[in-house]
Write a protein that binds this ligand. Structure first.
Ligand SMILES: Cc1cc2nc3c(=O)[nH]c(=O)nc-3n(C[C@H](O)[C@H](O)[C@H](O)COP(=O)(O)O)c2cc1C
Length: 268
């Protein structure tokens, strides 16, 4: 990666349609840090189709079967979906009056929860701050720049994580006794909780966008105050906040540029 990102090599124009490679074409990048990875069970041997009858076999020379293609994980979403999730989606700073219901929050959660986490640890925890009294408890923790939009947002999500996520591994990762990986290694436990809790926060945001909501993530707040006010009794820790609602486009800021592929990516 060039060290001076302000003077990149002349970038090639980005393709207008994103190349979506089938997952199977891409080698896995990382394995779980706690290594005793459960290998995928080998597929059960399938019952072969009965061989062709002798008459057919002698009458017709065998035609070689085409090589089976590797299974795809899905097909590309259409452009409208990709725009809604990424290309047209903007961070929101103002809100229409439209409400976010409990059903909406459950629908976002029920998509988010399927995103992968290491050892299926699912360490993220979510507090949905909606009532005026709960917003008032959040207010002292907010930076001044984040105050007004947060007070006006239909919901502010505290994306938190449970440092003791490993207590749930017997239920969430039942085929292996994974809990000791983390109880014996506090550093790994913290890293796993924070990494996967952050991933789940991102899954939450993309799930919300997929369902048509607008959002504004924030790290400009006092984590210790939020932890003391909302999370101490459970021992959870705050990670970041997300204002959630239906965004007012008039309040959007100018779109910031992004890196070109060649500036930040290496294909080895
Ligand atoms: C983890 C995180 C923390 C952020 N913290 C703040 C914040 O404290 N205040 C704020 O106004 N915007 C914050 N943002 C918003 C970013 O500045 C914004 O998402 C980025 O500039 C991209 O804007 P765009 O989505 O409109 O392209 C944060 C975004 C993320 C993902």
């Amino acid at each position: 990666m060039p060290s001076d990102v302000t003077k990149p090599a002349e970038p090639k124009p980005e393709p207008t349609t994103p190349a979506v490679a089938p997952e199977t074409a891409t080698p896995a990048v990382a394995t779980e840090t706690a290594t005793p990875a459960a290998t995928e069970p080998a597929p059960a041997p399938t019952a072969e189709a009965a061989p062709a009858t002798a008459e057919v076999a002698t009458a017709t020379p065998p035609v070689p079967e085409p090589e089976p293609l590797p299974p795809r994980q899905g097909s590309p979403l259409n452009d409208a979906a990709l725009d809604q999730l990424f290309r047209s989606a903007r961070t929101q700073y103002g809100w229409t009056g439209a409400a976010v219901s409990d059903e909406d929050l459950r629908a976002i959660f029920d998509l988010m929860k399927w995103g992968p986490t290491s050892a299926n640890s699912s360490p993220a925890r979510f507090l949905f701050i909606r009532t005026q009294s709960a917003k008032d408890r959040l207010r002292p923790a907010l930076s001044s720049g984040n105050l007004q939009k947060t007070m006006l947002a239909p919901v502010t999500v505290i994306v938190a994580y449970d440092p003791k996520f490993y207590d749930y591994l017997p239920r969430l990762f039942p085929h292996t006794d994974a809990k000791p990986w983390f109880t014996s290694n506090p550093e790994l436990a913290h890293e796993t909780a924070f990494r996967n809790g952050t991933l789940q926060g991102a899954y939450f945001m993309m799930a919300a966008r997929a369902l048509g909501f607008g959002l504004g993530p924030m790290s400009g707040f006092d984590n210790a105050k939020v932890d003391a006010e909302f999370l101490a009794d459970r021992g959870w820790k705050s990670n970041f906040l997300v204002n959630l609602g239906h965004g007012d486009p008039a309040a959007e800021k100018p779109r910031g540029p992004r890196f070109w592929f060649d500036e930040t990516c290496l294909v080895l």
